[in-house]
Design a protein around this ligand. Sequence first.
Ligand code: MD3
Ligand code: FE
Length: 203
Amino acid sequence: MLDGFTHLSGYFAPSEQVELIKMVQKLVAQAPLFRPKMPRSGKPFSVKMTNCGELGWVSDKDGGYRYQATHPETSRAWPRMPERFLELWADVADCPADPEACLINYYAAGTKLGSHVDSDEAETRAPVVSVSLGDDAVFHVGGLKRSDPKTRLVLKSGDVAILGGESRLAYHGIDRVMKETSELIGGGGRFNLTLRRVTPLPM
Ligand code: MD3
Ligand code: FE
């Protein structure tokens, strides 16, 4: 496994997961889930997304992958990041500045996210902190090259993963989401939150 990858199994207790999913549903009511499109081809992602925080990740045919301050469909500013997300970051990120973006991914059962590197952030010294909620997901993380060997693990509701150091620029993805493995989300599926620094750290 690459240096800088930490998996905190069961970081959030079941009662805290309920609070978090309520926060996520409230955020989604303010900033509806949208389906990003691949640059150039315009092919839709199977994962739906939204964001909170000062900046949010979006992608469409003409503009490609980018961070922006507004929702691509409503043009409204993203909702504020809940205090609990900032507390998590302060607890685990070992970073001198707050996160600027929280990407919220929603996976219906059977959805996957192909292997990719997160490199749209100007600041990669800061880690990415991920929170899994809802159904179990099979996650893979490899190395700096697409062809490097991959490690697979199951991310469960309440788990936190920290992608720092060398692992920050590793290939990773979600192979599948396992149906009916959690009762947290009405209607099933999985939410993943990723807290990120986007602009250069003041250091
Ligand atoms: C490893 N999300 O949003 S979270 C993404 O479960 C993303 O929704 C997946 O990949 C999800 O970009 C995986 C764990 C994760 C997040 C960022 C990483 C793993 C990472 C960055 C570098 C290496
Ligand atoms: Fe990613």
